[in-house]
Design a protein around this ligand. Sequence first.
Ligand code: PLP
Length: 391
Amino acid sequence: MPHRPIYLDCHATTPIDPIVLEAMLPYFTTQFGNPASNTHIYGWEAESAIKQARSILAESIGATPEEIVFTSGATEANNLAIKGVAEAYFDRGRHIITVATEHNAVLDPCRYLQSIGFEVTILPVQPDGLIDLAELEQAFRPDTILVSVMTANNEIGVLQPIAQIGAICRSRNVLFHTDAAQAIGKIPIDVDRMSIDLMSLTAHKVYGPKGIGALYVRRRNPRVQLAPQLHGGGHERGMRSGTLYPPQIVGFAKAIELGVSQQIEEYKQTWLLRDRLWTKLSAIDGVFLNGHSTQRLPGNLNVSIADVDGSALLLGLQPVVALSSGSACTSAKTEPSHVLRSIGRSNELAYASLRFGIGRFNTEDEIDRVAAVVTETITALRQASRSYSGR
Ligand SMILES: *Cc1c(COP(=O)(O)O)cnc(C)c1O
């Protein structure tokens, strides 16, 4: 292949780990059975692979296998959690609390529920991207049925205080959902210790395949009721119908297993690379860090740059480094990132932002090359605009 840019967009997706691919391959070929077929060995093989994957996933978050509902990814898991709880509990209340910096896969289902008569409180965040717990406490109402706060932000990497939020919700008997798409396999998660009732997961942010994820649904203390959003053959204990996809599910479990087992070393490795990049970029005038400086994902660096045109900057970097400005999901639109606006960045600084997502396969050499090209490009763009405006 000709020269391909260095991949630093690990919040959008990650490359499949070769070990994950290896585990998936037999389920594309000889072991192609439908796990729901219980009259022959093809079905039994698939069923046993799914069973094992379910146990691995459950164990990695401190859950039981029956609490895992496979979905097509975190978008579907968020939809199932939020709409499923709203529909199951609407006679208890119609008020939901969430946060301004959530992924659209949480905000949009909430907006949809608003359009059919639910009420949603969207908490602001502080300039560091964290919610204010006192503000959360004040947002509860007698009719609040659900709080949804993400574990790790996909743009600025900020880690919300999930265990504290979980404890607050538990003390008020309100269900707590967290979108952990960016967090699983990167930081330790335990659904009991963190009082999590529902949690969305996805494989492709942690070196697994796209198109597979899960919703964790607590079965005791309390037992969460959920209205299914896909009806059909009654798969996943009726909560999500549709034939299970063994290669994806096996790959998902392998990816999470690898992520969790390598978590400590990988955390250090990506943290060091991120710091290396930040040390070099922070030496440039007018480069600002977005989000809390330490309470964040180790591989995330999000910066805003004064006095440059954001799109010219991205265009200049494109041949050397693959990254994004704002989130990939919204980068087709021309509005600035809602996350950067929520932490108080001006439109200009929100447009002129770069999100670096450093992952398992990045090297020091790559980081140094990226730092050099970012520095050169910013300098060149500033010089060009200065000579253009005659300054
Ligand atoms: C990527 C992402 C999603 C969407 O997950 P899919 O599996 O691609 O549907 C949801 N929430 C967050 C925080 C994400 O980073």
